[in-house]
Design a protein around this ligand. Sequence first.
Ligand code: C2O
Length: 564
Amino acid sequence: AAIVEHTFVVSQVKMTHLCNETLATVVNGQFPGPTIEVTEGDSVTVHVVNKSPYNLTIHWHGVKQRLNCWADGVPMITQCPILPNHNFTYKFNVAGQEGTLWWHAHTSFLQATVHGAIIIRPRHGPNSYPFPKPHKEIPIIIGEWWQIDLAQADLDIANSVDVYFSASTINGKLGDLYSCSGTPENGYMLDVEPGKTYLLRVINAALFAEYYLKIAGHKFTVVAADANYVSPYTTDVIAIAPGETLDALVVTDAAPGRYYMVALPTQSPEPDPQSPVLISRGIVQYQNLEKPGNSPSTDMPMAPEMPDNKDLIPSFYFHANLTSLAQHPHQSPVPTRVDEHMFITLSLGSTCRRGGSSCKRSGSNESVTVATMNNVSFQQPAVAAPLLELHYHNSSSMDMLQDLLDKPPRVFNYTDPTLIPPGPEEAKLEPTAKATLARRFRQGAVVEVVFQGTALLQSESNPMHLHGHDVFVLAQGEGIYDAARDTARYNLVNPAIKNTVHVPRLGWVAIRFVADNPGIWYMHCHFGFHQTMGMVGLFIVEDGTTVDTSLPAPPVDFLTCGHI
Ligand code: C2O
């Protein structure tokens, strides 16, 4: 196995879109950032040089970091943030994982522009893919263009000020639905040869929205999700929530020509009902091989028919249709014994701006809206060293963690519209506590979690992401989870294996995983604003019975906070 080495210089560069120059924080001057390409089993070394004005960390989204929680990249949970003008080197390996993952800054709003693909190829070469060997492999990173100061936006979100992105992007390009003084913006251009198979490695790196992706005149065959192979599933529309990755084959069997590739956010910025749906449009362009030298046609490309952006039914079915590819050597069977059950509601609540309990419940500007799990909103711990380090040294500061994840709030069943109390939106929010939520698991425990969405989240589904583990997605459903009825529907044979689980709007999802990786693992909604607002918890996996399965000591060059 090789060592793959990268240097990521994070800096601010000026980028111009929609006639405006914006200062964007990016890696190596690129948006999206560089792709890390590795072979399964390789080691990866990334030297991060922080030339930006922000504290930051990089998270390797979906990389399991087995016995290596120190490299997981969550500020003040697994490491001290890298201060401006400082460096830090991440080292990890990608054993036992194949497919597409990604990396991103784990400071929620830096993630908007500090991200890129991780491609892990099988160690026996492309002939060992469990699908036809593709002619070419293409990363397709869906993102957003923000024209506001994202650091300020992060503060605004925490103060219940709404923020909105300005455009959707495919591989950093806005597309011809946007223009500056009448000149259309460039869209992402994919040149293809007729009659070939392309592997698109699709990543949703957006903060704000789930997306539908379509290519006019073509179908996708989905072959992997979150770097786990799935039974080939052919569809004309891909649904992908923030944090998810999907590998899909596209055969260029249409009449040679030009076809739009469209990324449609399922939520478009409100509050202006006139505001356009912020679609990014790229073009798949067939090369004219018969007449070499002929430039490709400039005819108007064919446009796909898109689902309605408010219609989440295609997404529900898309996610329900993913099943794992049986008998792949990297995939273990679903454990049938369950040691720990959890039920976690996802919702919004209201808390006092200044802490304390005397602010008016709603309507007053003393209260702020927060995002919750079981009606508790995550409080970033006020600690001098990362929690993981405190945990490693058995520090008593760990006592501040609250084990509250298992107590659903008194009222959560707003998935039934008749139960929604009348009145303004804010009046429906329950008073909410803030706490550093954590749940401890004995190493090796089999954990089952049901995530329950609520109507307070209005129009959204929730992509829940767990660090350090993959999980089996046993079932999903609409409405309120009912164990007596719904456990009978669990797929214990070939459930999809994911790191980011799509909780359908007004519905639930049941997952199971083995808590086998010692450390402190972030578990959160991958909507950037939900994370900022506190839809976060920590899973602590501890008590390895043998030395070689416990958390090793921190790396020698581990950062100290303040870097003294
Ligand atoms: Cu991709 Cu904790 O995130």
